[in-house]
Design a protein around this ligand. Structure first.
Ligand code: IMP
Ligand code: MG
Length: 182
């Protein structure tokens, strides 16, 4: 697994430090409010379970499975929901959590779907942001790291389902895609 990584972009220590800062910020911003966090599976599971443990105010957790990607490295542009939320978010303050924002299509589409339930507020959280790739001007409310336009894996991020369990975030070698094309 490690041999397929060209460069480590974010070490486990960098991620841990930033995640605890984000948790402190969110705890301050949402003190006294009814908070529901919605975790986009599968990728955001690693980040979000660490982030929620860094938040020291009461919250409820829900999950969604959405996908805009096939097995490649580019978005297909349409977002499918395979598992919807079960919590009632009407009148609640909602934080939607993903691992990375790329085109912005996923956050835009899921936010629109969630707004139908009339939450008191809806904000977005992403560990990584490839802002150069945005197609819709979307800006997340909480971002861990701005990263360059490279395909990254680890800490929940996958390539065709693999590499999620790497403890760091690294740039995948392009030879790995070449291998998959054969
Ligand atoms: P968007 O809809 O284009 O913003 O894409 C967001 C989703 O694309 C994320 O939830 C990831 O699943 C996936 N994604 C985007 N860039 C990467 C990457 O560099 N590595 C792994 N997954 C990525
Ligand atoms: Mg994803």
């Amino acid at each position: 697994m490690n041999n397929d990584i060209k460069q480590i972009l974010l070490t486990k220590e960098q991620i841990d430090d930033r995640v605890s800062e984000m948790g402190k910020q969110i705890s301050e911003d949402y003190a006294g409010k009814d908070l529901v966090v919605i975790i986009l599976l599968k990728g955001a599971a690693w980040f979000a379970t660490d982030l929620t443990r860094a938040i020291d105010i009461p919250l409820r957790v829900d999950f969604m499975v959405a996908s805009s990607y096939g097995d490649g490295t580019y978005t297909s542009g349409s977002v499918k929901v395979r598992l919807d939320i079960s919590e009632n978010i009407t009148g609640k303050h909602v934080l939607l959590i993903d691992d990375i924002i790329d085109s912005g299509v996923t956050f835009a589409a899921i936010s629109n779907m969630l707004k139908v339930h009339k939450p008191a507020s809806l904000k977005t959280v992403a560990l990584c942001d490839k802002s150069e790739r945005r197609v819709n001007g979307l800006q997340a409310d909480y971002v861990g790291f701005n990263i360059p336009d490279e395909f990254v894996v680890g800490y929940g991020l996958d390539y065709a389902g693999d590499y999620r369990n790497l403890p760091y975030i690294g740039v995948l070698k392009s030879s790995v895609y070449a291998r998959a094309d054969k």
